[in-house]
Write a protein that binds this ligand. Structure first.
Ligand SMILES: Cc1cc2nc3c(=O)[nH]c(=O)nc-3n(C[C@H](O)[C@H](O)[C@H](O)COP(=O)(O)OP(=O)(O)OC[C@H]3O[C@@H](n4cnc5c(N)ncnc54)[C@H](O)[C@@H]3O)c2cc1C
Length: 483
């Protein structure tokens, strides 16, 4: 029987990102994917938000995505545009890049990292024992692993097999969406619970609600034609669909992201309407939160309880996304009263604070893990500052390429604790000066810290104060006890 430290089920965006994260820190991982190839349709994610670009930058691979996509203000709330041009980040924009292009680029990185992806392998069963999990496949083979992570999408087999509840709201609406050609070009804009606009290669993208929420197995051109006539009274001579599909606003979240040696991430842990374009983004970020923690538990440097911080930190992030997509769904209802509400909200969003609040949420730049009271940096993502060391100027994110934590010392200090145990485990101790001010998206300027501890996912877990024990506690919590 083949054995790995981790089996990742599903080679979608979440599974691939997790496999990369685990490989970077030396974990032996295999990805099992039931599809033989990528899906070529671009029906799903249209692009990346700023925090995902930052996360890819932290791993040194963002350039290939930037080259393939188009930098744009992609943020919106219920179709109302949100600009982040004034946000203090290198990525004060999003990236228009269809999922059909995003996934092959991620796979290319995995190839470079030598990650094993076994395609055409469907997982059908799991059986947990004290120290391992046996994973059964449809081809009657079994693979053993210390941990299994279900990144197998909204209908997750792994979540169901682990007995994790998926609670929330059933669909209220089904949309039809597709890329088509038309003899007459319609007016582009929002309507019919969705909208019509330009798509790839001169095609036209259409997303409109259907009269039934019931699943229609294979949507047809006729379904789209009827939807166009219902909304615009005209089918514009629609023809030659490049692809067609449907989706709903089913909104559900797993009650926990871990049961013993089985974890879930991405759509397997949370589904919602694609309003605001957040699903893929938070899946990738789940992976970045989980990878290094799982690695430390596997290598025995941290106790198993570290894995509980994965649910504790990522569940609230997705819960907020579920809430904001439900609110956005309400805003797209299209009746006169909702249209009045939209008009008021559109006016409100022209004001700086409401815009920043919503844009921080949708772009993922405002994510704050609850790591206690203290400095505003605590729990937030570290900005990508220029660090001036004795010998060079480097970008902070370049120090995170190998997913190694950092203790950043910004003022002379000779009374701190002995770091040897953690440095042997990969902690980078960096003496540097920062010449820029410290500004966070949404929050604004924050007091310059004299030292910070940055986890491998780029979140700040300790900011210096007068109590040295705090640093020891933080390093013990996140990198394991010194012994
Ligand atoms: C219409 C639409 C528009 C969207 N737009 C956006 C957007 O603009 N921005 C955004 O961020 N998100 C968007 N999303 C959401 C985004 O597509 C998903 O959140 C994202 O694909 C989730 O990635 P994942 O890897 O978690 O799951 P998936 O992409 O679903 O991947 C799961 C993988 O697991 C495999 N699998 C499943 N079961 C098994 C099994 N038993 N054994 C082996 N393999 C298995 C599947 O074949 C699949 O490859 C949109 C979704 C839709 C429907």
């Amino acid at each position: 029987m083949d054995e790995y430290q981790v089996v990742v089920v599903g080679a979608g965006p979440t599974g691939m990102m997790l496999a990369a994260e685990l490989t970077l820190v030396g974990i032996d991982v295999v990805v099992l994917e039931r599809r033989e190839t990528f899906s070529l349709e671009s029906a799903r994610s249209k692009g990346l938000h700023a925090r995902t670009l930052e996360v890819l930058d932290q791993r040194g691979v963002v350039e290939r995505f930037l080259e393939a996509g188009t930098a744009a203000q992609v943020q919106g709330f219920g179709g109302i545009r949100l600009d982040i041009i004034d946000f203090p980040t290198r990525y004060n924009h999003g990236l228009a890049l269809p999922q059909s292009q995003f996934e092959p680029l991620l796979a290319e990185w995995l190839d470079e990292l030598d990650v094993r992806i076994l395609r055409g392998r469907e997982v059908t069963g799991i059986s947990q024992a004290d120290t391992s999990v046996a994973v059964s496949l449809a081809d009657a083979t079994t693979i053993r692993a210390q941990y299994v992570v279900g990144c197998d999408g909204g209908r997750s087999t792994i979540r169901k097999l682990a007995g994790i509840d998926f609670v929330g709201w059933d669909a209220s609406t089904r949309w039809i969406t597709g890329e088509v050609e038309m003899e007459r070009t319609p007016e582009f804009g929002l309507r019919g619970g969705g909208g019509i606009g330009p798509a790839q290669d001169g095609r036209i993208g259409v997303t409109l609600t259907l009269p039934t929420v019931e699943d229609i197995n294979e949507p047809t051109l006729e379904d789209l034609r009827e939807a166009l006539i219902r909304v615009d009274g005209n089918d514009y001579g629609v023809h030659s669909p490049h692809w067609l599909s449907t989706f709903t606003d089913t909104t559900r979240q797993a009650t926990t992201y871990r049961k013993g040696r089985v974890l879930i991430a991405g759509d397997a842990a949370h589904v919602h309407a694609p309003l605001g374009g957040q699903g893929l983004n938070i899946g990738v970020q789940d992976a970045v939160n989980l990878g290094w923690k799982l690695a430390q538990v596997i290598t025995g440097t941290s106790p198993e309880e570290l894995l509980d911080t994965y649910t504790a930190e990522r569940h609230p992030v997705a819960a907020r996304v579920l809430q904001n997509t439900m609110a956005q769904r309400a805003l797209t209802a299209g009746d006169d009263r909702t249209t009045a509400l939209r008009a008021i909200l559109s006016e409100t969003i022209t004001m700086d604070e409401p815009r920043k609040h919503l844009a921080g949420m949708i772009s993922g730049l405002d994510v704050t893990y609850d790591l206690g009271e203290g400095h505003p940096l605590l729990g937030r993502r570290i900005p990508d500052l220029d660090l001036h060391t004795e010998t060079e100027t480097i970008r902070l994110y370049s120090l995170l390429h190998n997913a190694r934590p950092i203790l950043l010392n910004l003022e002379p200090a000779d009374t701190r604790i002995d770091l040897t145990a953690w440095i042997e485990r990969g902690l980078q101790y960096i003496d540097a000066i920062v010449s820029d001010g410290w500004e966070l998206p949404v929050i604004g300027d924050v007091p310059p810290p004299s030292a910070v501890f940055i986890r491998p996912d780029g979140h700040v877990a300790w900011v210096e104060n007068s109590n040295n024990d705090d640093l020891k506690q933080a390093l013990t919590t996140w990198l394991g006890p010194p012994g």
